[in-house]
Design a protein around this ligand. Structure first.
Ligand code: THU
Length: 134
């Protein structure tokens, strides 16, 4: 059974509740549906050494890989200070999504009116870097 967008979005919002973001006050949650229709979530985890902080998308991708998921089919991101604001994935996370996504991958970004916009990874990261290995 396919996970509904509404459930994916709620999973991202729920994950956001657990964000550890004491330095920025900007909490982010991300939720992924993989090719096996399994759900994986992550939140941002900051650190007193600022550059060691991790993004929510990176955490959700790590959870997917750990659980045996191979591809991101759909992903939802919810972030903001107090209320949800539009939080498109950062540059580094676009590259991470690119690694596990494909042309059909949909990235749902929830905005301040609780509406959402869907993006393709090629839209967020045009002319992306790929490494061909044999
Ligand atoms: N952050 C994410 O988790 N995902 C993004 O795509 C953008 C930024 C986090 C990193 C940091 O903990 C906080 O949001 C403010 O930049």
């Amino acid at each position: 059974m396919t996970i509904k967008d509404e459930d994916l979005i709620n999973a991202a919002k729920d994950a956001r509740e657990n964000a550890y973001c004491r330095y920025s006050g900007f909490s982010v949650g991300a939720a992924i549906v993989d090719e096996q229709d399994h759900l994986h979530v992550g939140c941002n985890v900051e650190n007193a050494a600022y550059n060691l902080g991790n993004c929510a998308e990176a955490a959700a991708i790590a959870a997917m890989v750990q659980d045996g998921g191979k591809r991101i089919v759909r992903m939802a991101v919810a972030g903001g200070h107090d209320e949800i604001a539009s939080c498109t994935p950062c540059g580094g996370c676009r590259q991470r999504i690119n690694e596990f996504g494909n042309n059909d991958t949909v990235i749902i970004v929830i905005d301040d009116s609780n509406e959402w916009r869907e993006y393709a990874i090629a839209e967020l990261l045009p002319a992306s870097f790929h490494l061909d290995i044999t």
